[in-house]
Each structure stands twice: as structure tokens, then as C-alpha cells.
Design a protein around this ligand. Structure first.
Ligand SMILES: NC(=O)c1ccc[n+]([C@@H]2O[C@H](COP(=O)([O-])OP(=O)(O)OC[C@H]3O[C@@H](n4cnc5c(N)ncnc54)[C@H](O)[C@@H]3O)[C@@H](O)[C@H]2O)c1
Ligand SMILES: [Zn+2]
Ligand SMILES: [Zn+2]
Length: 394
């Protein structure tokens, strides 16, 4: 089959690789009809190379049609249409039962001290072949799928694999009071959905992003938007009675604009040998923290900051005095996809499209175009906001 493979920093290629096969009786194989590129894939493309091997298949936002099931699979049959969540979880352990599928105790990657295994996401998360490919092996398939019971197009459902539940969790964790104001840092695909979910729940939403077309998209959905300027925190505070927002979601993460010093360290990681780079990435403060600092500054006293954006350094310097003095609640983490799906399916199937799932994809293309589209998405060229690849036709 054809698959999108990682070959080195900012180098991905489409290669002919062996088809996946059933390895365990709980596995299923799907033919991938749609597979999106995520902002998290950009971290692999730019920064996390030391945790990847040449030839690793990327992709963790897939959906498709079941073509083969293992002997113990009970709830899936050949021909079923499914979305595949990016977490690989068992659904039965202590943490899965409590809604922490991204921490599953059955699939945790203990060698690296990480949470649940993920599709297409480095050695830290199990080095499981990903879904930007014609076929995908799904472990523990009875639990790790979202069934599709309608003939609605892929676009309606695809974002249930990751960014829609990620945004939902981001807003849940932000604990926005009923009459409250939500500030959203970043208007990539995750920030777009965070903002729309905030509006859908009746909150005032103020969102920040340096890219004009990302702000324009958000404005179509009733969001007040702002460019990323040196005075942005003061501007936001002025708009929230001088007090600050009740809640802030950081939908940017570790590659934020506005941290020149750390950008230098991140570049240095790229020229170190893998073991040294791994140690630096894992143990040192390599995250660009501009977005999380701005979030902590912008939230009101007693408010909540919710991090949807990914962070990866264990020695990042956090403003403990400010966090303590302002009595801030911080919540974060990889999304627990299956925990939110039951609430989201009716919203994506609603013909009125309340969360605008049909207004996010700017680029849709065959798998062969993936290398070019990784570049376009990373550089934010050609109005690119969300890329959906079509490895096979429906
Ligand atoms: N927690 C999870 O489970 C989960 C799931 C999916 C994605 N993510 C993470 O969410 C983040 C966003 O993902 P995405 O797909 O929207 O990616 P993206 O890279 O397209 O979006 C990031 C946006 O932030 C903007 N930005 C950069 N610096 C900024 C700053 N200082 N202030 C405000 N905006 C700034 C960029 O212009 C861009 O539009 C990434 O870190 C990604 O890894 C987390
Ligand atoms: Zn993702
Ligand atoms: Zn589990």
C-alpha cells in the first residue's frame, strides 16, 4: 500500500510499504477514506525527530471502511464505516472506566513513562503505524472505533477522531461560568472548534491569532478576533472590565510565536545526535511558552486556564508566584476522545451544523499530495487551515 512516511526534519514522503495485517485477534484493518493532518503532526515534522525512525507512518485522524476483522472482534463487520480515535485504549481498565482513555493502563508506553499509545505518534507513544495511509491496523478494535450509522459524507464525522473532542475537552476543562467570557489563544483547527463550542454554549469568545485568514474564518462563526500584538494581554483585559477573562484555552502549544530564545534551543536540538537530543527534549525546558504565559496573564483571579496545545519539556519555567497569587486553576492533557463522543455525534449529524464541521477544511487532496501539503500547512500558505487527505475513494 501507499503511506506517508517520516524521513527526517521537514521531510515526509509517500512510499510503497507492506499492507498491515491482523496481528492480534482483537485487531481490525480499515481502508482509509479520509485522514487529516493535525497541528500535532507539525511537531513531528519540525521538532520531535529524535523520537522517530525513518519510515515511520504518520497520521492519527483517520476514518474508513472495515476490510478485515480478527477472530475476537464482536462489534465490527467487513463493510462497516468507522472513525478511529487517535488514542488506543482498552475501555476496561481503572483509568478508561473513569474517562481517561488517553492514560489507558493497558496501552501506556511505560518505557518512556508516557500515557496511552497513539496512532502515528513517535516512540513516546508506542510507535504505532499511523493513518495517513491506504490501510490501517486498529488494535483493540471493538473499543477503538466510532461507528457511523448514516450516509452523511466523511466531512461530517472525520474530526471526531481528534480535534473536535480535543476542543470539547478544552472548553469543559476551562470551566467557563454561564455568563462568562472565554479567551482562546490560537485559531488553528483546534482553536477554531474551541471558539465555536464556546459560542455554542452561549459564552462571549475573544480569540487571538497572528494569521488574518484564520481570524476571518472565526469571525464567520461569531467570534471576536485579535491579532497577536505586544499589547494583546492589556487589550483583552480592557475588554473584560479590567479583570481578565473567566477562562482561557491555550490552543497553541510548544511552537508558539514570540519566544526567540527558546526557538534557538529548539533549533539546536535539530543538530544534536538523537540520544542527546532526546534527553534535552525530554528533560529540559524546550517549549516556547509565549501562549501559556499570555494565558496566565489574561485570565482573571480565580479563573481557569485550560491547555489543549501540546507541551513537552519537563523543566519549563512556569510563573509559580503568579499562578499561586492569582489562584489559577490549570487543567490540561491529551484528549480522552471516547469520553466526549456521545455528546458530539448528534451535533455533527445535525443538518444545521452547529459547530461548523463543514467549514474548516481548506485543502482536500490525494495521499500523493501529502508532502507538499505538510509544507503548505506548516507555512500557513495558500490560506491553509485544515488538510484532509483521501488515501482511497469511498
Ligand atoms: N490535547 C490534545 O489532545 C491535542 C489534540 C490535537 C492537537 N493538539 C495541539 O493543539 C495545538 C493546536 O493544534 P492545531 O491543529 O490547531 O495547530 P496549528 O499549528 O494549525 O494552530 C496553532 C495556531 O496558533 C497560532 N499561534 C502561534 N503562536 C501564537 C501565540 N503566541 N498566540 C496566539 N496564537 C498563536 C498559529 O498562528 C496557529 O494558527 C497544537 O499544539 C497541537 O499539538 C492537542
Ligand atoms: Zn491530532
Ligand atoms: Zn484502558
Amino acid at each position: 500500500m501507499k503511506a506517508l512516511t517520516w524521513q527526517g526534519k521537514r521531510t515526509v514522503t509517500v512510499e510503497e510499504v507492506p499492507d498491515p495485517v491482523i496481528q492480534q485477534p482483537e485487531d481490525a484493518i480499515i481502508r482509509v477514506t479520509s485522514s487529516a493532518i493535525c497541528g500535532s503532526d507539525l511537531h513531528l515534522y519540525e521538532l520531535l525527530g529524535p523520537f522517530l525512525d525513518r519510515g515511520d507512518i504518520l497520521g492519527h485522524e483517520p476514518m474508513g471502511v472495515v476490510v478485515e476483522v480478527g477472530a475476537d472482534v464482536k462489534t465490527l463487520a467487513v463493510g462497516d464505516r468507522v472513525v478511529i480515535p487517535f488514542n488506543i485504549a482498552c475501555g476496561e481498565c481503572y483509568l478508561c472506566r473513569r474517562g481517561f482513555q488517553s492514560q489507558c493502563e493497558t496501552t501506556q508506553v511505560r518505557e518512556y513513562g508516557s500515557g496511552a499509545a497513539l496512532f502515528g505518534y513517535t516512540k513516546l507513544y508506542g510507535q504505532v503505524p499511523g493513518g495517513q495511509a491506504e490501510y490501517l491496523r486498529v488494535p483493540l478494535a471493538d473499543y477503538n472505533h466510532i461507528p457511523i450509522a448514516s450516509d452523511l459524507p466523511d466531512e461530517r464525522y472525520l474530526f471526531l477522531s481528534d480535534i473536535l473532542p480535543t476542543a470539547w475537552q478544552g472548553v469543559e476543562y476551562a470551566q467557563v461560568p454561564d455568563d462568562g467570557t472565554l479567551v482562546v489563544m490560537g485559531l488553528g483547527p483546534v482553536g477554531q472548534f474551541v471558539s465555536r463550542i464556546g459560542r455554542h454554549r452561549g459564552h462571549r469568545v475573544l480569540a487571538v491569532d497572528p494569521v488574518p485568514e484564520r481570524r476571518a474564518m472565526a469571525e464567520r462563526h461569531g467570534i471576536e478576533t485579535f491579532d497577536l500584538t505586544d499589547t494583546i494581554v492589556d487589550e483583552l483585559r480592557d475588554l473584560t472590565d479590567g479583570r481578565g477573562a473567566d477562562s482561557v484555552v491555550d490552543a497553541v502549544g510548544l511552537e508558539a510565536h514570540g519566544n526567540a530564545g527558546v526557538e534557538f534551543v529548539q533549533k539546536a536540538v535539530g543538530v544534536l545526535p538523537d540520544p542527546a537530543a532526546r534527553q534535552l527534549l525530554d528533560k529540559a525546558g524546550v517549549d516556547r511558552l509565549a501562549a501559556v504565559y499570555a494565558s496566565i496573564d489574561t485570565v482573571r483571579r480565580g479563573g481557569t486556564v485550560s491547555l489543549s496545545g501540546v507541551y513537552a519539556g519537563d523543566a519549563d519555567i512556569m510563573p509559580m508566584k503568579t499562578l499561586f497569587d492569582k489562584q489559577i486553576t490549570l487543567r490540561m492533557g491529551q484528549c480522552n476522545v471516547k469520553n466526549w463522543v456521545d455528546e458530539l455525534v448528534p451535533l455533527v449529524e445535525d443538518i444545521a451544523d452547529p459547530l461548523g464541521v463543514m467549514d474548516l477544511t481548506t485543502h482536500s487532496a490525494p495521499l500523493d499530495d501529502a508532502p507538499e501539503l505538510y509544507r503548505t500547512f506548516q507555512k500557513k500558505e495558500d490560506g491553509c487551515i485544515k488538510v484532509v487527505l483521501r488515501p482511497s475513494t469511498v
